[in-house]
Design a protein around this ligand. Structure first.
Ligand SMILES: *Cc1c(COP(=O)(O)O)cnc(C)c1O
Length: 349
């Protein structure tokens, strides 16, 4: 087999959900964010495992993703759409019982006119300026909207992964100002917001990255392992080069392994000459440029050529790899290739 294997531990995802759930009061519900195919790990399998762990409410970015999650879960669990009620989504929202988080006056009008009585939430902008109604828009329609009984008022924090950032307290105060006294359930915190403490939790939290083992949730159980098969080995002489641009030059005799997996598979080219690959506990330096489908490693010090080397795992997690590549764990996860063979492990698998 010459495609890499991505192992996804569904028990670890379930354990991370339970741990994040236990950080807020029993009266606070913990949802699960499964947008972008559950951060690249497979929305179908992941949503089922989370439902089994006790999650009753799911968030996705767009209605099409909601359809996949509804297919996996069947009727019952609530599926919320962060993009709200977009033109053309009305039938899907109705037929699959999706709950749009309306983020503009236009969307409120569209929703209440096309699907009167169908559940919806409201997304408010508290300073991130990305999605949601601004304070003045909300002031103009709040009375009308509240009369239609939204089931959630939500907003999103811009800097929750930095506990010391004054933006957090500022957004919290704005959220209170926009929603106090409405009597409607409220949600402000994603993973970072859960870690900021109880005053950020309100009635519902919406963790995503923490479920999948990523920062800022430092205590998360690791979820993914990525193993790249060695498809050729060779010995190079001193002075010979490896890879595009001759960026690595052998100082002595070296054994070079060529592995299946490259930037087309979500292994950033910025990892060239930087990351390590692992044969069990033995590190092997990634040498030369990452190319589209292939990566090369120096295995001179190994007793025999391994069948595969691990690039994400116990020794180098998604955030460590992200640091080396100059990105974040979220991007490493959501770029994981469709070419990888996904192997689900754990009792939920
Ligand atoms: C992506 C997202 C989340 C989840 O965020 P994490 O940082 O992955 O926990 C929650 N709420 C909204 C609005 C989002 O866009």
């Amino acid at each position: 087999m010459s495609t890499a294997t991505l192992s996804i531990d569904l028990d670890a995802i379930a354990a991370n959900w339970r741990a994040l759930d236990s950080m807020s009061d029993p009266g606070t519900q913990t949802a699960a964010v499964v947008k972008a195919d559950a951060y690249g790990l497979g929305a179908d399998r992941v949503a089922k495992a989370l439902a089994k762990a006790g999650a009753r409410r799911f968030f996705v970015a767009v209605a099409e993703e909601g359809a996949v999650v509804r297919q996996a879960l069947g009727p019952g669990p609530q599926i919320s759409i962060l993009a709200g009620h977009q033109p053309g989504d009305t039938d899907m929202i109705h037929d699959l019982d999706l709950t749009p988080m309306l983020n503009s006056i236009d969307q409120v009008t569209r929703h209440l006119e096309s699907l009167p009585g169908h559940p919806f939430g409201i997304q408010l902008d508290t300073g991130m300026n990305r999605l949601g109604m601004e304070a003045d828009e909300w002031a103009a329609v709040a009375e009308y909207v509240l009369a239609a009984a939204p089931e959630l008022l939500m907003s999103h924090l811009a800097c929750a992964d930095e506990p010391g950032n004054p933006m957090n307290a500022q957004q919290l105060a704005t959220f209170h100002a926009l929603t106090d006294g409405t009597g409607i359930p409220r949600s402000l915190a994603a993973t970072g917001g859960i870690l900021l403490g109880h005053e950020y939790h309100f009635d519902l939290t919406r963790p995503g990255i923490g479920l999948y083992g990523g920062a800022p949730y430092a205590d998360a159980y690791p979820v993914v392992r990525l193993s790249l098969p060695v498809i050729q080995t060779r010995i190079v002489e001193p002075g010979e080069i490896v890879g595009y641009g001759s960026t690595w030059i052998a100082e002595g005799h070296a054994t070079v392994a060529t592995l299946s997996g490259g930037y087309a598979d979500g292994l950033p080219r910025t990892l060239s000459n930087r990351a390590l690959l692992w044969d069990e506990d033995t590190p092997c330096p990634l040498i030369g440029r990452v190319s589209m489908d292939l990566i090369t490693a120096d295995i001179s010090h190994l007793k025999q050529a391994p069948r595969a080397l691990e690039i994400i795992g116990r020794h180098q997690g998604i955030d460590a790899l992200a640091d080396l590549a100059g990105t974040i764990g979220y991007e490493i996860l959501t770029s994981l290739s469709a070419r990888y063979t996904r192997r689900y492990t754990g009792s939920a698998a």
